[in-house]
Design a protein around this ligand. Structure first.
Ligand code: NAP
Length: 353
């Protein structure tokens, strides 16, 4: 088995991973980033490279990016081969995919090495730490930053599973523009910022968006919630849950059966060409196989106050994989920076660099 010894490996390629890489590269730690593999399985699980932000539309609240036409800036900042894989810039402020490409490029500009593969397994029981990529081989690392983020939850209904990819999706930005949804009614499940963002985005394509939420008020921030309430194409079904996705083999999704959360005997059927789930996220910690302390919700535990240290000395965690509270792109980038500074100090103390 081929192996190489790295000073610092960063697993994950969202705002936390790239911010950690930029800081680490500038500190001359020669970081190696495993950004994730481009596979259908990762697409379905929402774990493609560049993280959750690459699955969103316009980003209005990332500091330093006010609404404006970034066309020329993107042209000059990104190499052509990366611009070609992105949707064209619409001149309406930075989008999630654009912001992520810029972060990736910034890390690359300082010499970060990037591998487009998953780390499937780790062994943190002895040093150097061992990492096993999906493509095979072994990577050994003196220090590791885990920044694998979180991915979208599903309800787990058999009918949801049956119609995945045929009208059921957890990513409006990835799938919303498909012809099957054009000028047709669409259902979005959830009441948080993601649900409102998806409903607002889908209202550009759909004839009507039915936003279905289990309680009597939205969890989304006030500005986002008001946007949904004011949108004439969005109808909100409060105190309501998805009981079944309806459809057939020929057409995929044709509707949903909704049940009242106050009285489950009260049901309604709504015609729909698609169902988008936006019911929160689960941290991507399965590959750690219990080797770092996790919270009951499976988030990595930061073991020191205001530090990114984990239960294994020399392994640090950044971003949503360790944060079930703020979960913002900018806070993930902030903890990514912190993790690189923590790693730099740890390496100086333990490895002498
Ligand atoms: P979230 O805030 O955790 O909201 C999840 C929503 O799904 C909640 O309304 C929850 O209902 C509902 N839900 C959870 N499990 C459910 C189930 N089994 N059945 C039915 N409904 C269920 O998650 P999020 O909206 O993905 O947001 C995650 C974080 O990202 C938040 O911090 C958010 O602010 C941030 N975010 C920000 C933006 C932005 O600012 N532009 C955009 C997207 C996300 P309850 O309300 O009853 O718990």
């Amino acid at each position: 088995m081929s192996s190489s010894l790295e000073k610092l490996v960063i697993i994950g390629s969202g705002p936390a991973g790239w911010s950690a890489a930029t800081y680490a590269a500038r500190a001359q730690l020669q970081p190696l980033v495993y950004e994730g593999a481009i596979t259908e399985a990762n697409r379905m699980a929402g774990t493609l490279p560049l993280g959750q932000l690459s699955l969103t539309s316009e980003v209005e609240n990332y500091a330093g990016f006010p609404h404006g036409d970034l066309g020329g800036f993107l042209e000059s900042a990104l190499p052509q081969e990366r611009r070609m894989v992105m949707p064209p810039h619409e001149g309406k402020g930075v989008t999630g995919p654009e912001l992520m490409e810029l972060m990736r490029q910034q890390a690359a500009n300082f010499g970060t090495r990037i591998v487009t593969d998953d780390i499937l397994k780790v062994d943190f029981s002895s040093r150097p730490f061992k990492l096993y990529p999906a493509e095979g081989g072994l990577v050994e690392a003196a220090c590791v930053i885990v920044a694998t983020g979180a991915s979208a939850n599903w309800l787990g209904l058999p009918s949801e599973e049956r119609f995945k990819n045929r009208g059921v999706s957890a990513c409006a930005v990835c799938d919303g523009a498909l012809p099957r949804f054009r000028n047709r009614p669409i259902v979005v499940i959830g009441g948080g910022d993601s649900a409102v963002e998806e409903a607002t985005y889908l209202s550009k394509f759909a004839s009507t968006v039915h936003l279905v939420h289990r309680r009597d008020q939205l969890r989304a921030s006030k500005i986002m919630a008001q946007r949904a309430l004011d949108n004439p194409k969005i109808t909100i079904h409060f105190n309501s849950g998805l009981a079944e996705v309806l459809g057939n083999d020929a057409n995929g999704v044709t509707g949903v059966r909704l049940a009242s959360t106050l009285d489950p005997a009260r049901e309604e059927t709504v015609d729909a060409a698609g169902v988008f789930l936006a019911i929160g996220h689960t941290p991507n910690t399965g590959f750690l196989d219990g080797q770092l302390d996790l919270t009951p919700k499976k988030y990595i535990v930061w073991t020191k106050h205001f530090r990114t240290a984990t239960s294994v000395d020399g392994v640090f965690a950044a971003g949503d994989v360790a944060d079930d509270y703020y979960r913002q792109a900018i806070s993930a980038a902030g903890t990514g920076c912190m993790s690189a500074l923590d790693a730099e100090r740890w390496l100086a103390e333990h490895v002498g660099h």
